[in-house]
Design a protein around this ligand. Structure first.
Ligand code: XIL
Length: 481
């Protein structure tokens, strides 16, 4: 299939899968009183005693008294109280006791491992909360809320081992909190350069460690990724003998087969091909060593090898294609729909499409557009996952941009909640300290759900973005006044 035929397929898809009209969704303001008491032992090393009382009409009061003990490195007792006033008429203002952030914004709560902290926070006063779903579980956290919303999990990427994350007790305590994260994606350790550093010489040390860490807290793993343009081994990009179609196809198939075989059912899913499509022109094949040498058949060869490996080893692992700028119904999404159809017409296994969702605050697709786009994929009988969500800001962050960011997080998570076959949402790591954003997009950052005002190896602070995710999962409507 040529690029032109791919685009033609896309145009057909465009006709067949017109966006449903989601504009008519209505909401009702209600008064809700909720009292939750939790006494929970999560692991041998972490104990949480949390009492939460929440009364919500236009005023919400929350008292949280978590006690966290991290064996060997530190102990923590962190009473925290906050009161939130929501007014439909006043302008935005916020304040908080935490001041160590470099951003001129207000974290929504502070979790201190060393001292007692209390904060009073006024959240965005333009927000009205509407209860459409009352959580049923007694524990709290993003993953708990995701499950209550009918999702499989709320997950996160993590870059362990071998980085600062893996040595940061505060990072690890949060990562290991099954109430917060029910899924983990290895940010780097399963990529080509890591798993096959020399041809047919495999190294699964990092990947195996990741699997062990993730499974220790009951997480499922979205294994990432088998074939991509980037982070390849030198032997692929600078071969001693120039590749031919046949030799590179054999190398590609060998990699896909051996890596799937090794990790087996420890992977909930594999991103078989990552980012196959281009932005210019949107929806064309992306140029890379695979495409340049083999042509578009490389994509189908990868899925063919993966399909056979899953069958031969009797695995339950799901096969995904993953890309960015396919989160709304543009040419790239339409071309991706064409790829899904082509995979199915060739009887190759394709279970889902990963919507990366690396967004910029204030520039994310509208919730209705994200829903319509997800529906266009699920209409093809595949699942979707929001695979790499982050929402970066132009630095320095401001109160206004942080509020916008919260709304952007809310909209994407809420879109997934709205679509039955959106399996779940994965954030592309959860603490700004370890985000890929600042080094990749100079001048931008502050894109994750938590920050560490004191830097690495210091307590995490939940940002407004965290609240946006939680509110979306809890079915609370966020409405501009
Ligand atoms: C990023 C990692 O987070 C970085 O640590 C690494 O240096 C580059 O890759 N899309 C993807 C991910 O599918 O694999 C990328 O991860 C981010 C963009």
């Amino acid at each position: 299939m040529t690029t032109r035929s791919l685009l033609t397929l896309g145009l057909l898809a465009s006709t067949a899968f017109a966006a449903p009209n989601w504009a008519a969704t209505s909401t009702t303001t209600v008064t809700k009183t909720k009292t939750t008491t939790e006494h929970e032992t999560k692991t041998k090393t972490t104990t949480v005693h949390e009492t939460k009382t929440e009364t919500e009409t236009k005023t919400k009061t929350t008292t949280l008294k978590p006690t966290v003990t991290i064996t060997g490195s530190c102990s923590a007792s962190a009473p925290l109280s906050s009161s939130t006033s929501v007014s439909s008429t006043s302008s935005s203002s916020s304040s908080a006791s935490s001041s160590a952030s470099s951003a001129t914004t207000s974290p929504s709560s502070v979790i201190s491992a060393t001292s007692t902290t209390s904060s009073t926070i006024n959240t965005n006063p333009t927000i009205t909360k509407t209860a459409t779903d009352v959580p049923t579980a007694t524990a709290s956290g993003l993953n708990v809320a995701a499950k209550n919303a009918g999702k499989r999990w709320l997950g996160t990427a993590a870059d362990i081992p071998g980085t600062g994350e893996g040595a940061d007790p505060y990072y690890l305590a949060e990562f290991n909190n099954a109430n917060e994260f029910g899924e983990a994606t290895p940010a780097n350790t399963m990529k080509f350069f890591a798993t096959e550093p020399q041809q047919n010489v495999f190294n699964f040390t990092g990947g195996d460690y990741f699997v062990q860490q993730a499974k220790a807290s009951g997480k499922e793993i979205r294994c990432h990724n088998l074939i991509w343009a980037n982070q390849l081994s030198d032997w692929v990009t600078s071969p001693a003998v120039p590749w031919t179609n046949a030799t590179l196809t054999a190398a590609l198939r060998n990699h896909v087969t051996k890596v799937i075989e090794h990790f087996g059912d420890d992977c909930y899913s594999w991103d078989v091909v990552n980012e196959p499509l281009s932005d210019s022109p949107a929806g064309a094949w992306a140029a890379n060593v695979w495409y340049n040498t083999i042509g578009e058949e490389y994509f189908f060869q990868a899925f063919d090898a993966a399909t056979q490996a899953v069958k031969a080893n009797n695995l339950a692992v799901k096969l995904y294609v993953n890309d960015y700028n396919i989160e709304y119904l543009g040419n790239k999404s339409i071309a991706m729909q064409g790829l899904v159809k082509e995979l199915k017409s060739r009887s190759l296994q394709i279970d889902g499409v990963g919507l990366e969702s690396h967004f910029i605050a204030g520039e994310t697709p509208a919730k209705a557009d994200q829903v319509a786009n997800m529906q266009a994929f699920t209409a093809l009988d595949v699942d979707v996952v929001v695979t790499e969500l982050d929402v970066r800001l132009n630095l320095p962050a401001t109160a206004a941009s942080e509020s916008q960011q919260k709304l952007d997080y809310y909209n994407t998570v809420s879109a997934c909640v709205s679509v039955a076959r959106c399996v779940g949402v994965v954030v592309w790591d959860f603490v700004d300290t370890y985000s890929w954003i600042p080094s990749t997009f100079p001048g931008q950052g502050y894109g994750d759900l938590f920050l560490q005002p004191g830097g690495a190896n210091t307590p995490l602070v939940k940002k407004e973005a965290y609240d946006g995710v939680l509110e979306a999962l809890e079915g609370l409507a966020e409405i501009a006044a």
